[in-house]
Design a protein around this ligand. Structure first.
Ligand code: LMR
Length: 398
């Protein structure tokens, strides 16, 4: 029975990291997967996490199951961090939250929830988007369409075409937006554009879903929630997929959450029960460790301050290396204006490199970037920036 099975295609992002590991060239550089590296090329365990883990280990009493949606105290800190403690939906108990294994887990629970409860809804994705988005929603059988997002010529948000597209979407559909640090473009709406988008989405009778995986990586922990809070302010319904892989450096712990803002506190229990049903037949209940760390850090004033400083350090390093990268490209005489790289936010830069150029970077220079031309800027360090810039110069035909 198994003989006839064909190989699945390599994953667009994680498949590259697997290929990178197999590459025997010592000078290889991995700028594909969105994982933060410090200036020495390491992905450190955050200090706040290290302290929280020690406390948790000392206080550990049981490894019994968590409830299906995870620990209620985790749900509470997740809601307050994303929406703000004074948000009306948080205060009036209008949000159903489930602790999920990572942001991908949140998206998958959301997709099964949509398929089961909103069976006629089509999901609208930005063009471009994270390559795993369509995989997740296809696995759940949710039909998909895309809306324009990026203006290649100006390296900016295609706000006009995006708003026009929203006005054509059928009521009852779901639109997926990136909460901040859009993956892969690094281009986010301004606060004013968020208002226009939220108004258009609600006027059209759509259900917004925000994928919020980089809170703190654009401008700051609070500032990066502007899009989400613009949507949440209107007292409307929305879905939020949170991830703590990047901003807590908890990648392998798989910690995230799905929050659904309901129209009334009464609607919460039915929505929560439908989320629980999806979770029970996927993974039953979440792994505890990552959520316990988040809960411990966010509830302790000193640890929370340490965390905020560590997020600032990561953000500032990325922004600093963006500038250094642009300066180095110019110093090496690489043709073209790359100053747009300093305007992009978060870990990624959408460089405009073609598929052939991406392939040449990998084959000739052992530099791995995603096929769309997306570079993980957080993988560029003072010691590899020269080589990356020189290699790009060569593939673009300096
Ligand atoms: C990325 O886009 O590189 C990250 O979100 C990691 C992943 O799982 O793809």
């Amino acid at each position: 029975m198994l003989e006839a099975i064909q190989s699945a295609p390599r994953d667009a992002i994680l498949g590259l990291t697997a290929a990178f590991r197999e590459d025997s060239r010592s000078e290889k550089i991995n700028l594909s997967v969105g994982v933060y590296q410090d200036e020495t090329g390491k992905t450190p365990t955050l200090e706040c996490v290290r302290v929280a883990e020690q406390r948790l280990a000392e206080a550990a009493t049981s490894k019994s199951y968590l409830p299906i949606p995870g620990a209620p105290e985790y749900a509470e800190v997740v809601q307050k961090l994303a929406f703000g403690a004074d948000n009306g939906a948080v205060q009036s108990g209008r949000i159903a939250t489930a602790h999920t294994p990572g942001g991908t887990g949140a998206l998958r629970v959301a997709s099964d929830f949509i398929k089961a409860n909103l069976p006629n809804a089509t999901l609208w994705l930005s063009d471009p988007t994270w390559p795993n988005h369509p995989n997740i929603f296809a696995a759940a059988g949710v039909p998909m369409e895309s809306y324009p997002y990026f203006n290649k010529e100006s390296n900016d948000l295609a706000i006009g075409p995006m708003l026009e597209a929203i006005k054509q979407m059928p009521a009852g559909d779901v639109i997926l937006l990136h909460g901040c640090c859009h993956n892969p473009t690094g281009i986010d709406p301004t606060a004013d554009q968020w208002k226009q988008i939220a108004e258009a989405v609600y006027a059209q009778g759509l259900l917004p879903m925000l994928d919020f995986a980089y809170q703190g990586f654009a401008e700051g922990i609070e500032k990066d929630a502007v899009g989400l809070r613009t949507f949440a302010q209107a007292g409307q319904e929305l879905l939020l997929c949170s991830s703590f892989s990047k901003n807590f450096g908890l990648y392998r712990e798989r910690v995230g959450a799905l929050s659904i803002v309901c129209p009334s506190a009464d609607a919460v229990s039915a929505v929560q029960s439908q989320m629980n049903r999806v979770i029970r037949c996927n993974y039953s209940n979440p792994p505890a460790h990552g959520g316990a760390i988040i809960n411990c850090v966010l509830r302790d004033e000193a640890l929370r301050a340490t965390w905020a400083n560590e997020v600032t350090t990561m953000r500032e390093r990325i922004n600093g290396i963006r500038q250094q990268f642009v300066d180095t490209l110019a110093a090496k005489g690489v043709p073209g204006d790359y100053s747009f790289i300093t305007q992009q936010r978060g870990m990624f830069s959408f460089t405009g490199l073609t598929k052939d150029q991406v392939e040449a970077l990998r084959e000739k220079h052992a530099i791995y970037i995603v096929g769309s031309g997306r570079i993980n800027v957080a993988g560029i360090t003072p010691s590899n920036v020269d080589r990356v810039a020189e290699a790009i110069g060569e593939v673009v035909g300096k």
